[in-house]
Write a protein that binds this ligand. Structure first.
Ligand code: 1GP
Length: 249
C-alpha cells in the first residue's frame, strides 16, 4: 500500500496532516539535523522536498540524510524536472492547472517521462494551483503563468473540479513560498466542498491558528516552509494545531 492510499485513508477519517517543506538549497547538514529532531518530536506527517531553484546535486544528499534518521515519508515537490531523486518515497507529479503555460501543464512531463518512470518512485498526479499571494512569489515569476486572483473562489473551485475530473489524485493550492497573504479560508472551503480528492494547502502560513482554520475549512494537508526556516520552534506549534482539529471537522 502506497503513500497515496494513506492520504486517502486519512482524508476519509478526517485526520489532518502537517508537511514540513525543505528547500535543499537553503539548508546545510546541521540545519537538516535540527529540522529532523524537531519534526520527529512534533510527529510531523511528511517532508516535502524541493524548491523553484534547487541545484540537484544536494537533493540526493538531503533526502538520504532525512531517510537515514527517521521514518517520516519524503515526498518530492519539484520545481523542475531535474528534481527527481530515487531516495524519496514519492513524487508529487505537478501539472500547473491554474496557469496556461503548456510547458508546465504537459511539456516538461513529456521530456522527463522516461526518467521519472525509471526512478521507481510512487507517482502522485497533482493538480497544482498557484493563487495570488499579494506580491510576486518565485513560483509566480518562474512559472510565467498568471496566478488565480486571491478572491476568485469560483475560478479556483472550477479549476480544482476540472483537475479532479481529468484524473488528478491530489490538488495542491499554493500562494507561493513566503507569500504575503495566505490562501483564504473561504477559497479553501469552496474548493474542498467540490472535490473528493485530498487537498494540500501551502504558501505564507506563519501561524498555528491559520493552519488550524485552514484545516477546519477543508484542507487535508498543511505545508509550511518559510516560516519554519525562520523559526524552527513553529514546527511543534503548527503540528499540534493541525493534529488538534476534531476528526469530524
Ligand atoms: C511553497 O507551499 C509552500 O510552495 C510553502 O510556502 O514557504 O510560504 O511556507 P511557505
Amino acid at each position: 500500500q502506497g503513500l497515496y492510499h494513506q492520504f486517502v485513508e486519512r482524508k476519509k477519517s478526517g485526520k489532518k496532516s502537517f508537511a514540513v517543506l525543505i528547500d535543499p538549497d537553503k539548508v546545510d547538514n546541521d540545519k537538516i539535523d535540527q529540522l529532523l529532531a524537531l519534526s520527529t518530536e512534533a510527529k510531523v506527517d511528511y517532508f516535502f522536498v524541493g524548491g523553484s531553484l534547487v541545484i540537484s546535486s544536494h537533493l540526493d544528499e538531503c533526502i538520504q540524510q532525512l531517510k537515514s534518521a527517521c521514518d517520516i515519508p519524503v515526498l518530492l515537490f519539484p520545481g523542475s524536472p531535474s528534481q527527481v531523486s530515487k531516495y524519496a518515497d514519492a513524487l508529487l507529479y505537478l501539472s500547473l492547472i491554474s496557469g496556461r503555460n503548456p510547458e508546465l501543464l504537459i511539456g516538461q512531463h513529456v521530456i522527463s517521462a522516461p526518467f521519472v518512470k525509471k526512478s521507481g518512485l510512487e507517482i502522485m498526479p497533482t493538480g497544482y494551483m498557484v493563487i495570488d499571494g499579494g506580491a510576486p512569489t518565485t513560483v509566480s515569476y518562474i512559472s510565467n503563468a498568471t496566478p488565480i486572483p486571491a478572491d476568485k473562489n469560483e475560478i479556483a473551485m472550477c479549476t480544482a473540479m476540472a483537475g479532479e475530473m481529468l484524473g488528478m489524485k491530489l490538488i495542491y493550492m499554493d500562494a507561493g513560498s513566503g507569500a504575503k497573504r495566505a490562501i483564504t479560508e473561504t477559497m479553501i472551503e469552496k474548493v474542498s466542498r467540490h472535490i473528493e480528492i485530498p487537498l494540500i494547502i501551502g504558501g505564507g502560513i506563519t501561524e498555528p491558528e491559520k493552519a488550524y482554520r485552514n484545516c477546519k475549512a477543508g484542507a487535508d494537508v498543511i505545508v509550511v516552509g518559510n516560516a519554519i526556516e525562520k523559526d524552527p520552534a513553529l514546527i511543534k506549534e503548527i503540528s499540534a494545531a493541525v493534529h488538534s482539529v476534531p476528526v469530524n471537522a
